[in-house]
Design a protein around this ligand. Structure first.
Ligand code: SAM
Length: 231
């Protein structure tokens, strides 16, 4: 049987033409994408992330609603940034639920810890994670929330595997990211965002998740919900 040269196979995988065996994905899919998050100044990012006009900020209440949280739900905010959603989730899940805010940036994690302590929020646990592993215990969460972060994942298959592990059976993965449509999206999005919605869905499904639904209320972003199937 003829073998496909490794360089061609890699190009096909990056182009999304073939499935993504997680073991094949050892190199960063977007080197440099997290440059701005090395030693970030949280005050600066609050102005960017928590401002009117940002799709995700304007629709934050509807986004929280779409996560279907109940008192006692455990949720992981993956790539929590300045903690915008972690604080909103904390109110929804109440004292019996836990919000695990994880991020690769020490500064954001310290900021979340400090702001939650100052606000008397006791059910948010913030921790620094690796760029290829969210670092949460197996079966520790009901919902994993990945907002404006999927396109920052340098090792998406490995990170997805760690999310899959951390979720309980029938746990949900909520992914919000920019629509990326060649010929329609801005040049900034085309350059900055690696994958469009269809490829993102394919990658997530190839990590063992089942597609659930898409909610269409955002302007520049999509919101997709997946499920970790039971046995
Ligand atoms: C554009 S910000 C979004 C922050 C927040 N989710 C929001 O929507 O306001 C992306 C965040 O993902 C974090 N990040 C990047 N790669 C990550 C990874 N592999 N695991 C966890 N967090 C990551 C960055 O440090 C940054 O805080």
């Amino acid at each position: 049987m003829r073998r496909i040269p490794i360089c061609i196979l890699r190009a096909l995988i990056l182009a999304g033409a073939v499935g993504l065996p997680s073991s094949a994905q050892e190199q960063s899919v977007k080197p440099g994408i997290n440059q701005n998050f090395q030693n970030p100044n949280p005050a600066e990012f609050i102005k960017r992330f928590e401002r009117a006009g940002r799709d995700i900020y304007d629709y934050r209440e509807k986004i929280v609603e779409a996560c279907g949280l109940q008192p006692g739900t455990d949720i992981a905010d993956v790539g929590a940034g300045t903690g915008l959603f972690s604080r909103l989730f904390a109110q929804k899940v109440g004292p019996k639920g836990v919000v695990r805010a994880v991020d690769i940036s020490d500064e954001f994690v310290a900021h979340i810890t400090n702001t939650c302590a100052a606000a008397g929020i006791t059910n948010v646990i913030a921790s620094v994670c690796a760029s290829d592993d969210i670092g949460l215990p197996p079966d520790s969460t009901d919902v994993a929330f990945v907002c404006d972060t999927y396109h920052h994942l340098e090792f998406p298959q490995k990170t997805l595997r760690s999310i899959h592990r951390a979720l309980r059976e029938h746990g949900r993965l909520v992914v919000i990211d920019f629509e990326r449509i060649p010929g329609k999206s801005s040049q900034w999005i085309l350059d900055h965002v690696r994958a469009g919605k269809d490829l993102v869905r394919k990658e997530i499904e190839s990590a063992g998740f089942h597609f659930g639904e898409e909610k269409g209320f955002l302007r520049e972003n999509y919101l997709m919900v997946f499920e970790k199937p039971g046995p």
